[in-house]
Write a protein that binds this ligand. Structure first.
Ligand SMILES: [Zn+2]
Length: 293
């Protein structure tokens, strides 16, 4: 089974993927849409080794072999479609994008099957987040679930505006480059995109707010696992809030994917907002409610 974590940046998706992968004994594939860039830029695997020295990933890429070419990845244009933005929305319907998605779906599905077989797992978790991956998912011949995590847009903008240092050239956000307004726009484009595309493709889809997950973390994760419908374990929950994260070969994404050991899922609540931020929060209202499929 292919479990896809959708949402926007800074919304709890990295921690959610790590906990879910561990509870379900699934493979955490990280942000597959950034895997190719991580390989080109010599990124690090979640196990701490450079990706190109991680035996797990070298084995997977070796097995992927012939399928792995820039052409198969949909070319540079195809990769661009996966990093969803306003231009990508227009490009999605073009014949070139359709072809790119079909060949890209083949590559990702082959990679998922290799990872499932080398780990003897029943599922993989992909935390690419972008709605651009949903049509790719729909072209795969694997059962899938889309779990959409939505955090308060004001909290996301505040988090993005603080920035963070990541791996060189990859995940560092420089606050001055990303204004709060841009963050709000990105939030609405991405989250609304996920909702609309998931509904249109009629994939099993569930949406939760990050604030509701963090209110009762263990209970929330149990509910998510039950919705996914695979066997799960709660043994690594040390109490209602603390999860003992095992190491994982998560190859690309937020540097937090490297965390190992006890992690506290802190309760996040929404703060005050004024002006345009308050308008954005109101506009986000329906998306912040839990969905029922
Ligand atoms: Zn590794």
């Amino acid at each position: 089974m292919y479990i896809y974590i959708a949402g926007y940046a800074r919304s709890g998706t990295t921690l959610t993927s790590a906990i879910l992968s561990s509870m379900l004994d699934a493979v955490d594939l990280g942000e597959t849409n950034n895997l190719w860039r991580a390989l080109l830029l010599d990124g690090d695997c979640g196990c701490g080794r450079p990706l190109k020295q991680c035996p797990v990933w070298m084995g997977r890429l070796h097995d992927l072999g012939a399928k792995l070419s820039l052409e198969a990845l949909g070319g540079v244009g195809g990769l661009h479609v996966l990093s969803m933005n306003a231009t990508a929305f227009r490009r999605m319907a073009s014949p070139a994008s359709m072809r790119a998605r079909s060949s890209y779906a083949e590559v990702v599905e082959a990679l998922a099957r290799i990872a499932i077989s080398d780990s003897q797992a029943k599922a993989i978790v992909d935390e690419s987040k972008t709605p651009g991956m949903l049509p790719v998912l729909a072209r795969m011949r694997m059962a899938s679930r889309v779990f959409h995590l939505v955090r308060d847009p004001v909290a996301v903008a505040a988090s993005e505006s603080r920035g963070y240092a990541g791996e060189p050239g990859m995940y560092a956000y420089v606050p001055s480059e990303r204004s709060r307004l841009r963050s709000h726009l990105g939030w609405h484009v991405n989250n609304r995109g996920v909702q609309l595309i998931a509904e249109r493709l009629s994939v099993p889809y569930q949406r939760m707010s990050w604030e509701s997950v963090t209110r009762q973390p263990r209970e929330s994760f149990v509910r998510i696992c039950e919705w996914i419908g695979l066997p799960y374990s709660t043994v690594r929950w040390m109490d209602e809030r603390v999860y003992d994260l095992p190491p994982a070969h998560n190859p690309a994404g937020n540097p937090n994917r490297m965390r190992v050991g006890p992690v506290t899922v802190k309760h996040q609540d929404v703060g005050r907002a004024s002006g345009l931020e308050a308008v954005s929060r109101v506009a986000a209202g329906s998306l912040r409610r839990e969905s029922h499929d």
